[in-house]
Design a protein around this ligand. Sequence first.
Ligand code: NAG
Ligand code: NAG
Ligand code: NAG
Length: 408
Amino acid sequence: MDSDDEVLVILAAYVAAKENEDLSNIKGQSKRRRPNCWVNPYLQLRKEKGRFQNDFQNMVQNPTMFYQNFNMNESEFNNLFSLVEPHLVPKRNSRPDAIPLRAKLAIALEYFATGDLQCHVGSTYRISKQHMGRTIDLVSDAISTALHGEFPKWNSENMLKWATDFMEHWHFPNCIGAIDGKHVAIRAPPNSGNAFHNSKGFHSIMLMAVCDASYRFTYIDVGAYGSETEMTAFSHCSLGKAILSGNVAFPEDSMLQGVRTPYYIVADEAFQLHKRIMKPYGARKLSKSERIFNYRLSRARRCIEKAFGILSKRWMAVQDTLRCGPDRAQNVTVACCYLHNYLMRVSPREYGARVESPLMQSPADPAAESFRGRVQDFPKHVRNTIRDYVNSAVGSVPGQNESAGVLH
Ligand SMILES: *[C@@H]1O[C@H](CO)[C@@H](O)[C@H](O)[C@H]1NC(C)=O
Ligand SMILES: *[C@@H]1O[C@H](CO)[C@@H](O)[C@H](O)[C@H]1NC(C)=O
Ligand SMILES: *[C@@H]1O[C@H](CO)[C@@H](O)[C@H](O)[C@H]1NC(C)=O
């Protein structure tokens, strides 16, 4: 029975109850049959007036508007739907709700893409608050399951490929990825104390991500408390634990100008220097070659900033405040990252377009902070090797002196 039938039955029951009531009064009985559920008349008109049956069809004829609302064109929407549909089919024994599966995908995508209030998106589709919440949870999960293959394995073959791409695009050797953490703002959860309160003054969960040279995520971890530092969040996530304990099967070290050099990820000052994590030099007085290294590292590292830039421009839900509990916020963020990877693969030009590259806006990272704590010698040695490389004739790129502010 779908819920529109349900509504009719309920209305019938209500009428019957009313009649009974009158009769029962006459008979002196006090027992009243009440309808067990009341359906808002506005929501009852979903089929006639709801956004899916009306606007959705019109939007199809207006590709620009369609794209704005869903971050994909109609044929991409259909392709995505065919991937996600099997995971949206209601489980046996669950209560059906008469919302078409395509509409569910549309509802969730529009919510992710516009960052609108849940209750607002829900009301345009004429679905109840409860159905809206359930739809978001269902579709988030379905997307993450259906697009599982969009995240690559961290095997030697893939890592070498990422390193080749970083070398090709940014001329940075042995780099397999760029890592950073992004705070996704959420509504302050009740009774959470300061756990989600981050140093920037709002409540958030952290998205820790690594991306490749084409702005696709190769790893994400969502859910660290906003109050954690990036380094803490990193050391607690599965990748961080594996890297810090030497359990990631990185490719064999390669020779860089005669020096054995490991493969690594680039990061900013918030991280700790490690054999597998290269960060900028942080001394107060930097040599010219160190400044050039910092500039070159920041070029590679900005891939992750650009990836976050595209993600949050396309999916406003993760740019604005997610007004929901941390559990839903976590699944929504994960789903948006899967969609990001999927769309960066199937339509990189359109999806990745019109997002300014931060690369050209400012020169090198200022790297003003000095090192705190002890750093072991080997990572420094690796960094010096790369420094020497990017300063060598073969490793330099045109204009790097000017960009790094190094003049004769
Ligand atoms: C979030 O996703 C996890 C894993 O798929 C699932 O077990 C959990 O129920 C989801 N949470 C919500 C609120 O949907
Ligand atoms: C939709 O986008 C895909 C991928 O960018 C493109 O190949 C296709 O031509 C587009 N379809 C329409 C109808 O615009
Ligand atoms: C760039 O700066 C380095 C270090 O000061 C210097 O050795 C090199 O000649 C400069 N290159 C150019 C093209 O100016």
